[in-house]
Ligand binder design. Structure first.
Ligand SMILES: [Zn+2]
Length: 360
């Protein structure tokens, strides 16, 4: 809990409160807990920003997450290093997970500062794998996956043309790293931060918990205003990331005290972690119920968008929407609540398994 009286700020209708008025401008910082600075970087997407945090570590700083590699981020980091970080060294860089808005500037920061990179093993290795894929053509496995989901041949052609975007916003990654694992105690300054691993949004997402005052660096594992993308990708078409995600939400709900200050990677620091975790879970359960209703008629993955998102999805986010709808369908399939049949055009048609009939 914050020692500045922040916790008394009134909760909103969703049970959350945001104790800080100001949002840090690029290159500036707001102190949100003892020795913890909040920084924010612009993103050229609909989601227009990502947070990073700097933790005081003796004479230097441990930096957590980095922003996407863009000219704006380079300028903002230079300003932050000279400004709020007082020209002190970065002792270690930690990335919560391998998405480009989190690791994009890691190579730049490590090279410039000489700091080592620390990540979980699956996040580091997956990032390196995705960067290495840039040189190849779009794989047939991907085309097969999206065709099965109901994409048109035009949409698949567009995907082929755009293939290899992962590395565009990511500086060359450091060629070695230090491994963070569940339960590790990371000594930063005079404090221990406990590593808590989540899964579903990314394979082995690192959160950091300072238990002495319950400050929780959540990355994308708990966001206050949006729900994190939970997607199946063509590399593992039968994966069950939503199962992993729901289990992570449950685990965090039982682990974290209600008074914890949550420092997310998008949106503002907040209190109300229990209400937020419950709402996130409820959102997926509602989507699953709507999806089961849709599946009373044979349906493709793309036909599930209105049920999963409550709206029509534009082509600009087709890949992510398909991955997320697929995640909900795979979740139902694993639990015997839906099954699929592949037709002669290699398209999967999904149908709900009537639970009442099964049990009578
Ligand atoms: Zn992410």
């Amino acid at each position: 809990m914050a020692d500045d009286g922040a916790a008394v700020v009134a909760r909103d209708a969703r049970g959350l409160s945001y104790p800080f008025d100001g949002i840090p401008a690029p290159g500036e910082a707001v102190e949100v807990a003892r020795g913890v600075l909040w920084l924010r970087f612009a993103l050229p997407f609909q989601l227009d920003h990502v947070n990073a945090y700097a933790l005081r570590d003796g004479e230097g700083w441990v930096v957590v997450d980095t922003g996407l590699r863009t000219p704006d981020a380079v300028a903002a980091w230079k300003a932050a290093l000279a400004g709020p970080l007082e020209g002190r060294p970065i002792t270690r860089l930690i990335c919560t997970h391998m998405h480009p808005d989190h690791i994009g500037m890691a190579g730049w920061l490590c090279e410039r500062s000489g700091a080592p990179l620390w990540m979980s093993r699956l996040e580091y290795v997956t990032a390196r794998m995705l960067m290495a894929e840039e040189v190849g053509d779009a794989p047939e496995d991907g085309a097969r996956f999206f065709r099965a989901a109901g994409w048109t041949e035009d949409q698949i052609a567009q995907w082929r043309a755009d293939y290899g975007g992962f590395g565009k916003g990511v500086a060359r990654m450091p060629r070695s790293y230090g491994r963070l694992s569940e339960g590790d105690a990371v000594r930063i300054g005079d404090d221990d931060w406990t590593v808590v691993i989540g899964s579903g949004h990314s394979p082995e997402h690192v959160c950091l918990w300072r238990r002495s005052d319950d400050v929780f660096l959540a990355g994308d594992q708990i966001l206050p205003r949006i729900s994190s993308n939970v997607s199946v990708w063509p590399t593992e078409p039968l994966a069950d990331p939503l199962g992993d995600w729901m289990a992570s939400l449950d685990r965090l709900r039982s682990l974290l005290p209600e008074g914890a200050l949550i420092l997310p990677a998008h949106g503002e620091p907040f209190y109300g972690v229990h209400a937020r975790l419950e709402a996130l879970k409820r959102g997926h359960e509602t989507a699953l119920k709507r999806l089961e209703r849709t599946l009373r008629q044979p349906s493709r993955v793309v036909d599930g968008f209105p049920a999963v998102f409550g709206r029509v999805v534009g082509d600009g986010v087709l890949g992510m929407a398909t991955g997320e709808a697929q995640a909900h369908l795979n979740y139902l399939e694993r639990r015997g609540r839906a099954r699929r049949t592949r037709d002669e055009n290699s398209v999967d048609w999904w149908i709900a398994v009537e639970q009442d009939e099964e049990t009578t």
